[in-house]
Design a protein around this ligand. Structure first.
Ligand SMILES: Nc1ncnc2c1ncn2[C@@H]1O[C@H](COP(=O)(O)OP(=O)(O)OP(=O)(O)O)[C@@H](O)[C@H]1O
Length: 337
């Protein structure tokens, strides 16, 4: 089997006047954890539905494990586990019974299903709740049961839509760690659709920034910053005095520095690598005092805020006015994390 588990080629979906997905091309490798990140209405759910063979593309193709999702949806469904954001269980059945039921739907013999379900309940930290009714599970427990439920058929790919919705921060950390461990140990490919930048940043190997049906950028987080900000990926804050025109010009001579902005006694220096030592040397040589120096590499929330919320250095890159109105949710707690 090819190393590319998900292959999307020029995928397009139109609903009347709306282009929900617009000539999307993307490949995801076996064992990769890929974050599909985008504001409401970006086209994430539509893409997932086409991947699962539940919605027909207007044009283009999508293949999962080598099978065309549109033409061979049953083969695709056998290999893909999908955890929607509003998963449902039989409330009066226990965790174990729910898993065995799903296994039966997937043609797994009863004894094998029970053995596998018990192992999975242990794996997702629900061993103590094996015989408890699903209706009595907390939100976090339900999500973990959901994960066990998608894993029971031994999928090659799992698609998770906002898997941490409604879970407390500790539960979120545990669930994300569990997803990561499972993916790495079992070589399961994970497609994680989310608004939560910090969570995506914690576990994804690569991220696609999706807006208005198009992928604006795709790559590892540091690559995204480079793609979106044309190399102004590192920001160094300096407090020094006195700040003279001459000092600013000398700093601009350092090769990796792209822009120097001054506000009062503070300089914001945009560059494409860490040049703190050259900056310190230049300031001290100029006879100025160095009071503060710190470096900031961009995480996803800065990437988002700089790119979409008017703080961008390259504001001409806005796709259209709508992009600015959209918001990803970054809770205060996530920002701190
Ligand atoms: N069945 C449908 N009929 C008409 N338009 C639709 C339909 N489903 C989605 N759309 C439109 O397609 C666009 C993409 O929607 P989609 O649900 O894929 O976005 P999303 O990124 O999943 O958003 P969210 O994060 O809110 O779930 C939106 O403009 C939406 O209104």
């Amino acid at each position: 089997m090819s190393n590319e588990i998900i292959e999307i080629d020029q995928l397009t979906k139109k609903y009347d006047q709306t282009i929900a997905v617009d000539h999307l091309s993307l490949s995801i490798k076996r064992g990769e954890i890929f974050g599909l990140l985008g504001p409401n209405g970006a086209g994430k759910s539509t893409t997932i539905l086409m991947l699962l063979g539940l919605s027909e593309p207007t044009s283009g193709t999508v293949k999962v494990c080598g099978f065309n999702s549109t033409k061979e949806p049953i083969a695709v469904k056998k290999r893909v586990g999908y955890l929607p954001d509003d998963l449902g269980f039989y409330e009066s059945m226990t965790g174990l019974e729910n898993l065995v039921y799903t296994a039966a739907l997937n043609g797994i013999p009863k004894q094998e299903a029970t053995d596998r379900a018990l192992k999975l309940l242990e794996r997702v930290g629900l061993a103590d709740a094996t015989h408890k009714k699903a209706g009595k599970y907390s939100r976090g427990m339900r999500q973990r049961l959901g994960l066990a439920d998608v894993l029971i058929k031994n999928p090659d790919v799992i698609i998770l839509d906002e898997p941490t919705l409604g879970i407390d921060p500790e539960g979120v950390r545990e669930l994300l760690q569990l997803i990561k461990t499972l993916s790495k140990e079992e070589k399961i490919t994970v497609l994680l659709s989310s608004h939560h930048l910090h969570q995506v940043q914690q576990i994804c190997d690569r991220v696609g920034l999706f807006v208005n049906g198009k992928l604006l950028a795709v790559g590892e987080i540091h690559e995204l910053a480079t793609q979106l900000f044309l190399d102004k990926t590192t920001l160094i804050y300096v407090e020094t005095s006195p700040i003279s025109e001459e000092l600013i010009n000398q700093l601009k001579q350092i090769p990796s520095i792209i822009e120097v902005k001054q506000s009062n006694q503070r300089l914001e220096i945009y560059c494409n690598e860490n040049v703190t030592s050259q900056i310190a040397e230049t300031i001290l040589k100029a006879g100025a005092s160095l009071n503060h120096l710190s470096i900031k590499n961009y995480g996803l929330d800065e990437i988002y805020h700089r790119y979409f919320e008017g703080r961008g250095l390259n504001e001409g890159q806005y796709i259209d006015g709508q992009v600015k109105k959209n918001r990803f949710s970054v809770s205060p707690m996530e920002r701190k994390g």
